[in-house]
Design a protein. Structure first.
Length: 161
């Protein structure tokens, strides 16, 4: 038997004001994207912003549906929009945030499992790590250098690519 430890590394900033200007811009784009959420059931508004290597920022927001599985998370809306509009341009980073109608979202929000796998797919496709910024409405921001830290045993069958 071999015991393996997979490290989980990330940086924690006390507020978005501590981020470099490029990351601040990306996070603010994600925060603005929450306004385009369609969340009549959960009243939980998620925004995501993807920065491409050419500097373009593409945003997305969660889109709910009365048939709950038919909805789509903000992260995948932003990712899919970016890759369909700019198919050969690698993704550099993604910022994710949320706000709610009936309570404050004090802690950084993290992508669901499906979104984690989608981000991992684009890391494999473009053969580069995607920086992930996680935030709540305000307060601390987490910066993670690659999806492999959030999804260490991700499905990555390169023969399918």
């Amino acid at each position: 038997m071999k015991h393996i430890v997979h490290p989980f590394e990330f940086d924690e900033y006390p507020s978005s004001l501590e981020l470099d200007p490029s990351d601040q811009e990306l996070l603010e784009a994600a925060r603005r994207a929450t306004a385009t959420s369609y969340a009549p059931y959960s009243h939980y508004y998620v925004g995501a912003a993807v920065k491409l290597e050419n500097g373009t920022i593409v945003t997305g927001s969660n889109q709910e549906n009365i048939s709950f599985p038919a909805g789509l998370c903000a992260e995948r809306v932003a990712l899919f929009a970016a890759v369909s509009k700019y198919p050969g341009v690698a993704i550099e980073s993604i910022a994710i945030t949320a706000k709610a109608e009936n309570f404050e979202v004090p802690d950084p929000v993290s992508p669901c499992g499906i979104c984690r796998q989608a981000i991992a797919e684009y890391e494999m496709k473009f053969d580069r790590k995607i920086r992930i910024l996680l935030s709540g409405e305000k307060g601390k921001v987490l910066a993670i250098e690659s999806m492999e830290f959030l999804l260490p045993l991700m499905f990555r069958e390169k023969g399918l690519l």
